[in-house]
Ligand binder design. Structure first.
Ligand SMILES: NC(=O)c1ccc[n+]([C@@H]2O[C@H](COP(=O)([O-])OP(=O)(O)OC[C@H]3O[C@@H](n4cnc5c(N)ncnc54)[C@H](O)[C@@H]3O)[C@@H](O)[C@H]2O)c1
Length: 300
């Protein structure tokens, strides 16, 4: 990769993360964006989430209506993988968090991707090195881990796989800057990268405090918001993330690090069995009313 001049970007997956990433690419970086999913209804839903988000920016006075229309006109929905990737300088993959599904997708993308184009994954837990191994040019494969919602969260973790080149790392740091984001570099492809590696054990510990009867969920959250200045307490955050998602990440940590300090909390496991997943199921550590329809159950 010779520091490509990025103009055309393709985002694979038009879900919760993909639609937001596509919007940031068009809105802040000014890229020409193709947004791909596997069914027309999924790309339609992604485009409608982008329209809603742009309308919110306009309503809050952060964006002119004409500018919002112009941004929207730079985002092209499609189902055609070949056409989407063959002219792109950067492909950002935000498809479902399933290793087999992603590996199949990387093989297909690799057939049509220009040899100097970058393939970046937004995965939260799957090895970048493994994803790279499914492609012809693993030196061009890198992690670009956005936070939810991508339109507002200022950070991207950049993850170097075992074969990722310096030029690829540098190119995605430049792209992130064009998207208005700050970056940090994970020099190794390690589970949970930086943020989730620190967060998950803290969430598990909070659940242990509940199951040991040390304090109520309300007091644990009050302690952490007031004592550590977290914007949200760990148990409320667990309800937002989804207890099933949190359990999934803990299990990846246990398997990859083989260290009992990452053992999932038995209480979280039991709550997942009971369908108490947090906000999306209507109840977790707190009551949320009717299940939220917008939050999918895939990875954080
Ligand atoms: N949800 C979060 O807070 C969060 C945060 C950071 C990273 N991530 C990561 O982002 C990725 C997407 O997560 P999400 O929450 O947006 O999930 P999501 O379920 O909302 O969206 C995934 C989309 O990918 C589509 N898809 C499935 N197979 C595909 C294929 N072969 N080609 C193109 N699209 C395909 C699905 O139809 C769906 O629309 C995952 O890797 C996840 O780990 C999620």
């Amino acid at each position: 990769v010779s520091g490509p001049n990025i103009r055309k970007v393709t985002v694979l997956g038009a879900g919760l993360m993909g639609h937001g990433i596509a919007q940031v690419c068009a809105q802040t970086a000014g890229y020409d964006v193709t947004l791909l999913d596997v069914k027309q209804e999924f790309v339609d839903r992604g485009m409608s989430m982008i329209r809603d988000s742009l309308a919110k920016f306009v309503a809050k006075g952060g964006l002119e209506k004409g500018k919002a229309d112009e941004i929207l006109s730079r985002i092209h929905p499609t189902l055609d993988l070949r056409a989407a990737v063959e002219k792109s300088q950067l492909v950002i993959e935000a498809a479902t968090e399933d290793p087999k599904l992603k590996l199949d997708l990387y093989r297909k993308v690799s057939e049509h991707l220009p040899p100097d184009a970058i393939l970046a994954s937004n995965t939260s837990s799957i090895s970048i090195t493994l994803l790279g191994s499914a492609t012809k040019n693993p030196e061009n494969v890198v992690g670009m881990h956005f936070f939810n919602p991508p339109q507002l969260m200022p950070l991207i973790e950049v993850i170097r796989g075992a074969k990722t080149s310096d030029a690829t790392v540098e190119a995605v740091r430049v792209a992130a800057k064009q998207m208005g984001k700050e970056t940090v570099l994970c020099k190794k492809d390690s589970p949970g990268f930086i943020v989730n590696r620190i967060l998950l054990p803290a969430l598990t510990e909070a659940a242990l405090l509940v199951s040991e009867g040390v304090a109520t969920p309300e007091d644990i959250d009050k302690a952490v918001t007031l004592g550590l200045s977290w914007p949200m307490g760990p148990l409320k955050l667990l309800d937002y993330v989804g207890l099933d998602t949190a359990l999934g990440i803990s299990e990846v940590f246990m398997q990859e690090f083989q260290d009992s300090k990452y053992r999932p909390s038995p209480l979280i496991r039991q709550m997942v069995r009971a369908g108490l997943l947090g906000r999306k199921s209507g109840k977790g550590f707190y009551e949320w009313g009717s299940p939220s329809s917008t939050k999918s159950s895939s990875g954080k």
